[in-house]
Ligand binder design. Structure first.
Ligand SMILES: Cc1cc2nc3c(=O)[nH]c(=O)nc-3n(C[C@H](O)[C@H](O)[C@H](O)COP(=O)(O)OP(=O)(O)OC[C@H]3O[C@@H](n4cnc5c(N)ncnc54)[C@H](O)[C@@H]3O)c2cc1C
Length: 606
């Protein structure tokens, strides 16, 4: 019999980033008891790393903005495979969620007349991102945390979920282990909200921190919920590339929003070379016009550096592949050039981009006010994830809800920058409210003690094998998976390579089954890595299978063997469920037709 402590909550929220905190606040506000579980310390979620800002059509800087424009931008950016209902709710509700954050104490940069300042970002027609310099995520987490601790929420820090349990087709609870002592904790809950963030650690070059191993997506799938659109992984165009120890760390799009330009090794501003047809009418014709746009001239159109991330990343890759890259295999991002235009450029850059200034100074010994940065694409975000209902955030498994990066739908094939932080607020709140409603209508379900024992035994198995018992270490398996995904299921994909990836994944699964760890259960990172492997392998397989199935190029998914967009590709989502034989089953699920009034908005904004 496994030894574990049992804890009961009406609603259990897994993840304490923006989505989890907002869900916990909403559920607790609805009068149910809430437990909030997170893998690391409270306040250290991914959300804290967000730099550029939160997108909301407040219209403070340009009063032509409104929810309709934000909706149309999100759909165009996502290339029309978005869940349009989510895109509509998101655009309508984001302004209120941002104002609410302000009312709870969040400080934003200000316009001259004291309103929340908004900045330009890729794919957004008007300046839309409310921000605090380039530390917006920190402000968001701080505010949500301050607010949540007054709500009587029970927080379980450094506690990692291992498995979700079901009973008669609904969620019943979860088993976790605490990282400090390595002891098991069984949560019984009437409803569970997954808010576990992304999958970046499935790749070797990533802006994501160690926590993002696709746990929520994998746990939901194993419990019987459906995944959607896992092929859509976002490779952010600008990650640091030198020195090697910092490769992948994000360079915010805010640099380009403030006037930063991309040039190749010959100093040529290559982004003007290829403008996608559906953005041509919104893109500047000249460098002069692009600069005026970044300075708030309402008659100017955006510079091509502010096209969507999928496109910018591919243009960078093209420069590198065709031999015009920077010395370490990227391109140059230059904000220092604005001194030709602004008298106090140095002060301006440091004030608007303080973290970028320090990041490059401290990690690369580069002063961005005088020297261009070397940048290249980095795995940043997954648009796919747990399939949810747009209004309630309910997954396909009753009682299980999902919000934030681990849920799918809002962003379609490509996420616009700033749309994640607003996603967390809008759909975190909705998930918390609907989970609370579910909990009020349903009692606790039964958890089979056999299944708890089996999960605990499997979790402890790497200790039994022991290093002397022919077992291999978990880090090597993790690293081999990351390198393989980077090489075979990365920015540019082909069927042959992805089929090889699937073969590699099955070999890696075998190896993962025999990993061994030394030491004891107290704070043992080797053991934690061994336990993450199963989730990483599940999400990697889902990404590869969905990417093979989508035989076209769209958004973050680029197939060298199918380089064009197929109009039929905008009519379905790829949904993955676990079959009765334990294997992944893929289906093309038709996208519901958009109501006429939303279609009209899309047309009008073209
Ligand atoms: C460097 C960087 C900059 C970014 N800048 C922006 C920006 O300016 N604007 C924008 O909109 N987006 C930005 N993004 C994206 C955005 O920050 C994330 O998509 C978003 O914060 C995800 O929030 P979340 O609440 O879904 O999950 P996260 O904030 O990722 O939190 C996930 C939580 O789940 C917990 N967790 C995970 N697995 C488990 C488990 N098994 N058991 C228990 N707990 C678990 C983690 O501990 C954590 O608490 C940025 C991302 C990065 C990396």
């Amino acid at each position: 019999m496994a030894d574990y402590q049992t804890v009961d909550h009406d609603v259990l929220v897994i993840g304490a980033g923006g989505a989890g905190l907002r869900a916990a606040i909403a559920a607790s506000g609805a009068g149910v008891s809430v437990g909030l579980v997170c893998k690391s310390l409270l306040g250290k979620a991914h959300t804290v790393m967000a730099e550029g800002g939160v997108a909301a059509a407040l219209g403070n800087v340009d009063n032509r903005d409104g929810w309709q424009v934000h909706f149309a931008d999100t759909m165009r950016g996502g290339q029309y495979v978005n869940n349009w209902r989510m895109a509509e709710l998101h655009a309508r509700e984001a302004p209120d969620r941002v104002r609410e954050l302000e009312a709870w104490g969040a400080l934003f940069d200000r316009t001259a007349d004291g309103r929340i300042l908004q900045r330009n970002f890729g794919g957004h027609k008007y300046p839309r991102l409310a921000h605090v310099g380039d530390r917006t995520g920190l402000e968001m987490i701080r505010t949500l945390q301050d607010h949540s601790i007054h709500q009587g929420i029970d927080v379980h820090m450094e506690c990692t979920l291992l498995r979700l349990f079901t009973d008669s087709g609904r969620v019943a609870g979860a088993l976790a282990y605490d990282r400090e002592r390595g002891r098991f904790r069984l949560f019984r809950a009437k409803a569970v909200v997954l808010a576990t963030g992304g999958i970046g650690r499935a790749y070797s070059i990533t802006s994501n921190s160690w926590e993002y191993t696709g746990d929520g997506q994998a746990l939901a799938y194993e419990a019987g919920a459906a995944l959607q659109d896992m092929e859509f992984v976002q490779f952010h165009p600008t990650g640091m590339i030198w020195p090697p120890s910092v490769r992948g760390i994000l360079v915010t799009e805010g640099v380009r929003g403030e006037g930063g330009i991309l040039v190749n090794r010959h100093g040529r501003r290559f982004m003007f070379d290829e403008i996608p047809e559906n953005y041509r009418s919104q893109t500047a014709d000249s460098e002069e016009e692009g600069w005026r746009y970044t300075q708030g001239d309402k008659s100017a159109r955006r510079p091509p550096e502010l096209l969507t991330r999928d496109h910018v990343a591919r243009c960078i890759l093209r420069e590198v592949r065709e031999g015009r890259g920077s010395p370490h295999g990227g391109v140059l991002l230059d904000i220092s050039w604005i001194k030709q235009r602004l008298p106090d450029a140095r002060k301006h850059i440091i004030r608007k981009l303080p973290s970028m200034y320090h990041q490059f100074k401290q990690l690369a010994d580069i002063d961005i006010t005088t020297t261009p940065m070397e940048v290249g694409p980095t795995t940043h975000y997954i648009m796919g994830g747990i399939r949810v209902d747009g209004d309630t955030q309910s997954s396909t498994l009753p009682g299980l809800f999902a919000a934030g990066e681990c849920a799918a739908g809002l962003h379609g094939a490509n996420r616009l920058g700033g749309n994640s932080l607003s996603d967390l607020l809008v759909f975190g709140k909705r998930a918390g409210e609907f989970a609370a409603a579910f909990a009020r209508e349903n009692g606790l379900a039964e958890i089979d003690p056999e299944q708890v024992d089996e999960t605990a035994r499997a979790a402890l198995a790497p200790f039994e094998r022991g290093p002397g018992n022919d077992g291999q270490g978990p880090y090597q398996v993790q690293q081999d998976l990351q390198t393989m995904m980077q090489d075979l299921v990365g920015i540019v994909r082909t069927e042959a390579e992805m089929k090889r990836a699937l073969e590699e994944i099955s070999r890696l699964r075998e190896r993962a089954r025999s990993v061994a760890v030394a030491g004891n259960r107290e704070y043992n990172p080797g053991w934690h890595t061994a336990l993450d492997l199963g989730n990483l392998l599940t999400v990697s397989e889902a990404i590869a299978r969905a990417a093979i199935e989508r035989k076209e190029s769209r958004g973050g998914h680029f197939r060298e063997d199918y380089p064009e967009k197929d109009p039929a590709g905008a009519t379905f989502n790829i949904v993955i469920r676990k079959g009765p034989d334990g294997q992944m089953r893929l289906a093309r699920e038709p996208i519901r037709e958009m109501p006429a009034e939303l279609k009209k908005i899309v047309e009008e904004q073209k």
